[in-house]
Design a protein around this ligand. Structure first.
Ligand SMILES: Nc1ncnc2c1ncn2[C@@H]1O[C@H](COP(=O)(O)OP(=O)(O)OP(=O)(O)O)[C@@H](O)[C@H]1O
Length: 680
């Protein structure tokens, strides 16, 4: 971590944790240089000149619809309401007493695990219709609760069942061949099911938990006995065809796909506007085309206060554009808010930096494949995660990384950019991912006093995975007990991993075993990006950096290490925070100013001695590592509010009172132009 707003490492004093008001604790030389302090800082602060009622937080430039940001959740998860796993686990295991042979016991165990999986999967699937109903009835707290429950239900089921199995089936730990028997029975039981791969992944998760075993990607081929891909695809996508100009009738059919049970504000008007938008997109990809085909996923995508319909527009020459219809349901009624037809814009709506979608379609492979066709710049594994199949996404991502390595023969080496003091980042040159581990101890240059330990840092990464990342923080996939081929590592990296992360990394024959491994999508670290970017791209990145900081804040996430090195730029120019060891709830931060100063003890401001994180917004700019004076000016002008106490305190008040700012996920310009738009 680095100090927010800090100069280059070494250029300023490191704040000490827990500094108190004391003559011994004061700094010499007048002005303290601390922008954000993990411990205390101190010097007098005059009553702030901040306005009592600051303007509401500005909406981010790169976003535009309506998804409320959830509040900062506690680190520990509560039980999932109504989960029957424990009940089922006990009931199933009762039959073990009757089963005498190892084969019979293995079968009972396989059936028990499958019953728990079925319970989990039933509940998981029930959540999408519930999310749809919550959207229709505007039950927003329910929507947020469902989204949180959906994220945790898989791991909670496993966490409950694994110790039960351990206690009830002692031979699990003793007899090495017993698990193979369980697996063989289980495979027989799930054969032919559509969700067999998910069921199998569930078994391996249980196995990993029971054995505290190393983790290995589940390579499970499509099981036979369920509809083949073509048949399923026909069921997954609805198809429409029309002559140009596109008639409103086509739009009517598209809007009927999820059969919304809510009152429309002006359905006929929406049908007309949607048809026009489709026609414009078709003409855009093939000027003068006479006909158009539209394929729509036969489901609704629900997230926070929004619902989305997803499809593709194809012209006679075979050119195509994605189609995303964004709907809102405010008290004035259900309506189409925006229509998007650009892949990069869709990519942002489907970003895993936002909450997952609840999707009313069970065919997750076909949906993930369709999403990949529409947004090919994102790895396919990430598409599974964006529709809530995080575990399959996790497997797909690991398979992709292993596949990338086999295909390119590249080796894992230290990631491009600054070496972290807390983490070691590594990747392959053409990989789409970065992996990292947390060091046993921070390296020189660590600025935050006592190191809280590897687990506490991982907790922060887990926390960010579990919240709505407000379109501004990368998701983290955390693997436990994963092993990778030793030959994939550059020797210097391997030496560093073993030396600096010995409690996490070890060698096991030809494998490197990790107790934890964080994987994120690879970005270009901001300072590296700015070194080579065109002036236009650099300007956009600097503007997006400000938006990113604002969206972090709207999610109640404050990165006290406000240093440009912790932010990265993706292929479509968006900026995200990727380093989480210095994140804190914004509501716990003390926002202070240097400009208004009370007479304090020997000219030292009171905040210098305050406990906790003290943040001086006016001093944040130097730390962002925007070296070009023109770009710095641009940031200062476009994001002047970020440099004020009023902005941050206003946001803190909004968060504290539950008035959580909305995060928008598509550009304002894509909203449908209506005569009543101002009123909406
Ligand atoms: N998602 C990512 N995309 C690209 N590079 C990354 C990513 N995550 C990490 N890196 C690289 O790995 C390095 C270390 O990662 P990270 O910033 O998380 O470490 P850290 O020790 O927490 O940093 P700090 O010392 O600022 O606390 C980064 O400086 C960057 O070069």
């Amino acid at each position: 971590m680095r100090l927010a707003g800090a100069r280059r490492p070494g250029a300023r004093e490191r704040p000490r944790a827990g500094r108190r008001r004391s003559r011994l604790g004061r700094r010499r030389g007048g002005r303290a240089q601390g922008r954000v302090s993990a411990g205390g800082t101190g010097r007098p602060v005059l009553p702030s000149a901040a306005r009592l009622f600051p303007p509401p937080p500005r909406q981010s430039r790169n976003e535009a619809c309506g998804s409320p940001v959830t509040e900062f959740p506690p680190l520990s998860r509560g039980p999932v309401a109504g989960l029957r796993t424990e009940e089922i686990g006990f009931a199933g295991l009762g039959d073990l007493a009757l089963a005498e042979s190892p084969g019979a016991r293995a079968e009972v165990l396989a059936r028990t695990i499958l019953a728990v999986f079925d319970d989990y999967y039933d509940r998981f699937r029930a959540m999408a219709p519930l999310a749809k109903a919550a959207f229709e009835t505007r039950d927003w707290p329910r929507t947020v609760a469902l989204s949180a429950e959906r994220l945790s239900i898989y791991s909670v089921s496993i966490a409950i069942l694994a110790p039960l199995l351990h206690a009830a089936v002692p031979e699990l730990g003793r007899e090495s061949g017993f698990w193979a028997k369980v697996e063989a029975h289980y495979l027989g039981l799930i054969e032919g099911r559509y969700e067999a791969d998910l069921a199998f992944a569930f078994l391996t998760s249980i196995r990993r938990k029971v054995f505290e075993d190393e983790w290995r990607p589940v390579a499970y081929s499509y099981p036979a006995g369920r509809p083949g891909p073509a048949a399923v695809r026909r069921e997954t996508l609805a198809r429409f065809a029309a002559d140009m100009p596109v008639p409103a009738e086509i739009a009517r059919q598209i809007l009927s796909v999820p059969a919304f049970g809510a009152e429309w504000r002006d359905r006929a008007g929406d049908e007309r506007l949607l048809a026009e938008a489709i026609g414009r997109a078709a003409a855009g990809i093939e000027p003068g085309c006479r006909t158009v085909r539209v394929e729509m996923a036969r489901c609704g995508f629900f997230r926070n206060r929004g619902a989305y319909l997803l499809g593709r527009i194809t012209t006679p020459s075979g050119r195509s554009a994605p189609l995303l219809v964004a709907l809102l349901n405010p008290p004035s009624g259900l309506h189409v808010d925006a229509v998007l037809t650009d892949s990069d814009e869709l990519q942002f709506v489907f970003s895993t930096t936002l909450a997952n979608f609840n999707v009313t379609c069970p065919y997750y492979h076909e949906l993930a494949a369709f999403l990949f066709e529409l947004m090919p710049k994102r790895p396919v594994g990430v598409h599974y995660s964006s529709i809530g199949y995080n575990h399959l996404g996790k497997i797909a991502v690991m398979n992709e990384i292993v596949g990338e390595q086999r295909r390119t023969g590249e080796r894992l080496g230290t990631a491009v950019g600054f070496r972290g003091t807390v983490a070691i980042g590594f990747s392959m040159p053409s990989s789409r991912y970065v992996m990292k581990i947390i060091r046993d101890r921070p390296s020189d240059g660590y600025k935050w006093g006592a190191f809280p330990g590897v687990e506490k840092v991982l907790d922060k990464y887990r926390l960010v995975h579990e919240i709505d990342r407000a379109g501004s923080m990368l998701d983290n996939i955390i693997y436990y007990r994963v092993k990778l081929d030793r030959r994939a590592f550059a020797p210097e990296l391997l030496d560093e991993l073993l030396a600096e992360g010995g409690s996490t990394v070890s060698l096991l024959g030809s494998e490197v075993v990790f107790r934890h491994l964080v994987v994120q999508v690879k970005l270009v670290p901001l300072p590296v990006f700015l070194e080579t970017a065109s002036p236009e791209a650099a300007r956009l990145a600097v503007l997006n950096l400000g938006d990113c900081i604002k969206n972090n804040a709207a999610a109640n996430i404050f990165n006290k290490d406000l240093d440009g090195r912790n932010y990265g730029v993706n292929p479509i120019g968006k900026v995200y925070l990727f380093d989480y060891d210095a994140v804190e709830p914004l509501t716990s931060v003390k926002v202070r100013t240097n400009t208004d100063r009370e007479e304090g003890e020997e000219g030292i401001p009171d905040w210098y001695f305050e406990e906790g994180t003290v943040f001086l917004p006016e001093e944040m700019l130097p730390g962002l590592r925007i070296d070009d004076p023109e770009l710095r000016r641009l940031f200062r002008t476009a994001h002047a509010d970020l440099l004020t106490v009023a902005y941050w305190e206003g946001l803190q008040r909004a968060l504290a009172s539950g008035k959580v700012p909305r995060v928008r996920s598509y550009p304002e310009a894509r909203r449908l132009a209506r005569p009543d738009a101002a009123a909406a």
